[in-house]
Design a protein around this ligand. Structure first.
Ligand SMILES: [Zn+2]
Length: 207
């Protein structure tokens, strides 16, 4: 434990047998390091800590931290929602409020950081109705909406992300079943998590 700095956030995934379900499932636990031991936290509390850390980072460095994307429209005088992607399957929503920014108006503040950044965050901002996320399928449970066949584990999967006001529903496609040419390339994100070869394949389709 001595290797992990104090206050680090640790994510522990393990396969556990659940007698109530009569099968084993992968469970995720979150913890922080304090005095050389792990203190377990809820995902909500992890998000809260990350939100505070992110706000402090932005205030002190004038930069947006790595692995942050912006998927929702930024609205004046409202908290700005940033998405922190720890991995393709572990994502945290960070609501950056005026209070966390020590009185600065979130929209104005974040847009100034975006403007001075080398990274094209605007690529991830979209007012389009549909938002698409390309990842490797973490499991083989999803069915493709077009061909109705299974999308196998680790295959490229294009998923539609529901908007805030919608109930979460699943909509996934195989790489070859998805109409890349019909969508605005701006509405796709998370392709940075894919291998370079796969990113090339997608960029080709988007042209
Ligand atoms: Zn398909």
């Amino acid at each position: 434990m001595g290797e992990i700095p104090e206050k680090s956030i640790v994510i522990i995934r393990k396969r556990e047998y659940r007698s109530d379900l009569n099968r084993s499932v992968v469970t995720t636990h979150y913890a922080t390091v304090s005095k050389n031991s792990l203190v377990y936290l809820s995902k909500r509390n992890v998000a809260k800590r990350l939100t505070k850390q992110c706000a402090q980072f932005m205030l002190h460095t004038g930069k947006i931290p790595q692995k942050i994307t912006i998927t929702r429209k930024i609205v004046e005088n409202k908290p700005v929602e940033l998405i922190y992607s720890f991995s393709t399957t572990e994502v945290f929503q960070l609501y950056i409020t005026e209070e966390l920014l020590e009185g600065k108006e979130p929209k104005n503040f974040i847009e100034t950081l975006i403007a001075s950044s080398d990274i094209d965050f605007l690529k991830t901002i979209s007012e389009e109705e549909k938002q698409w996320k390309v990842t490797y399928a973490p499991d083989g449970r999803a069915l493709c909406k077009k061909c109705k066949r299974q999308i196998k584990t680790k295959e490229i999967r294009v998923g539609r992300m529901p908007k805030e006001e919608e109930p979460p529903r699943q909509e996934f496609y195989h790489f070859n079943c998805f109409a890349f040419s019909k969508i605005d390339p701006k509405t796709i994100h998370c392709i940075n998590d894919l291998s370079e070869e796969d990113q090339k394949k997608i960029r080709k389709k988007l042209k």
